[in-house]
Design a protein around this ligand. Structure first.
Ligand SMILES: NC(=O)c1ccc[n+]([C@@H]2O[C@H](COP(=O)([O-])OP(=O)(O)OC[C@H]3O[C@@H](n4cnc5c(N)ncnc54)[C@H](O)[C@@H]3O)[C@@H](O)[C@H]2O)c1
Length: 367
């Protein structure tokens, strides 16, 4: 299939509701309860809708591989292992991150509404995906939140000044709710690009932006192959020493304070599981003596957006705005899924016992 105006191949699309139903069906076939399968599909499809394909339905094959490794545990729930009032320690037990993080946020939200603030240390969760999803859950409840995450035992990023993989892509996220308006949501990996974006680029035969990768000898490269095939290279931290410093604090806040673990020689993972720990600080803005907080936040956003645009820049975006725009487009036009990713998802569906005919039925919606 090609675009007649550009002669470039067009990535097939699938309506979000069909994609959701397919992913839900895969996990129900694998043994998840309908609620678990729906939470996983909600999260993965929402990541695609917001434009973060690296954390979308393309994760399904990796999750199926982790299940086959005996790592990912189905139908597990978040367990509060220590309740200190405004501080909760929660065990994820390698349950689906899409379930245990959801439940950990539910608990933290309830506490923050009651006490004004709650810090939730979630440990040992299987991949919790796009962190903005959890911040948005807090924002829907009217709460501010900050989230520090480590990818425990899965180093992909070189330290500032180093040449090999020592740290995870450790995301940081913060959200600010605005009554009657969408929340501000800042959500990024502390690597120059998220690892999953190198997987998507590799599947699409594209290069990654300059400065994002080094090869196994520490030489800068744009070829995503160095993240997928030996000899392996590394991602670089964003923003030089500052990004490295934030990644280090994410590692320690999330991995150590939660009672989970940090990345070092004794904790390196050897399976397909991605284990996340997350420290979330959830705050009720109504607990502050700040009657003008909303007006002040809005005035600041209006002020920065009024800056004259640099050459070639059409718009100044507030945090979370690019995701909202992509979401509206993809809800209307469908979610683009490249053929390599679609084929990998189909293989995963077959691996959990879905029939050829059933996968073919879903493929009819993908065009
Ligand atoms: N669970 C994990 O282990 C894990 C690890 C790493 C990353 N992640 C997730 O990967 C996702 C992708 O991370 P990323 O680093 O590729 O994100 P990114 O580089 O696309 O940055 C996204 C952030 O920057 C803002 N933004 C983007 N373009 C902008 C612009 N032009 N002007 C102003 N703001 C702009 C967005 O609103 C968003 O807050 C995140 O959702 C993150 O949570 C998860």
């Amino acid at each position: 299939m090609t675009d007649h105006q550009t002669a470039l191949p067009v990535t097939p699309r699938i309506p979000a509701d069909q994609l959701h139903a397919y992913i839900k069906a895969i996990w129900e076939k694998a043994g998840s309860t309908p609620r678990e399968a729906a939470l996983v599909a909600d999260h993965l499809v929402a990541a695609n809708l917001t434009g973060h394909d690296s954390h979308g339905v393309g994760m399904t094959p990796r999750y199926v591989a982790s299940l086959a490794d005996g790592e990912l545990k189905l139908n597990l729930h978040a367990e509060v292992v220590k309740d200190a009032g405004a501080v909760l320690s929660v065990e994820g037990g390698k349950g689906f991150g899409q379930v245990v993080a959801f439940e950990a946020m539910e608990q933290g939200i309830e506490r923050a509404k009651r006490l004004g603030i709650c810090a939730v240390g979630l440990r040992g969760a299987h991949h919790i995906g796009r962190i903005g999803h959890w911040a948005e859950q807090c924002a829907r409840a009217g709460l501010v939140s900050f989230h520090f995450v480590n990818v425990a035992g899965d180093p992909l990023v070189a330290p500032f000044g180093g040449v090999d993989r020592r740290i995870g892509t450790n995301p940081f996220c913060a959200a600010y709710p605005r009554p009657g308006k969408p929340p501000l949501v800042l959500d990024f990996a502390t690597s120059t690009v998220a690892y999953g974006k190198t997987r998507v680029a590799y599947n699409q035969g594209k290069e990654v932006p300059p400065g994002a990768l080094i090869d196994h000898e520490g030489v800068p490269t744009r070829d995503p192959k160095v993240m997928q095939e030996a000899p392996f290279g590394a991602l670089t931290p964003f923003g030089g020493h500052k990004g490295f410093g934030l990644a280090a604090m994410c590692e320690i806040f999330a991995g150590a304070l939660s009672g989970g673990f940090t990345t070092h020689a004794d904790t390196l993972g050897t399976t397909n599981a991605i284990i996340n720990c997350m420290l979330s600080v959830i705050v009720d803005p109504a607990a502050f003596d700040a009657p003008d907080a909303q007006a002040e936040a809005d005035a600041f956003i209006d002020w920065v957006k009024a800056s004259p645009h640099a050459a070639g820049v059409p718009h100044i975006y507030e945090p979370g705005e690019p995701e909202r725009i992509t979401r509206a487009q993809r809800e209307a036009e469908g979610v683009p899924i490249d053929p390599a990713t679609w084929a990998q998802i189909r293989e995963a569906a077959l691996a959990v016992g879905m029939s050829d005919e059933e996968t073919a039925r879903w493929s009819a919606h993908w065009r």
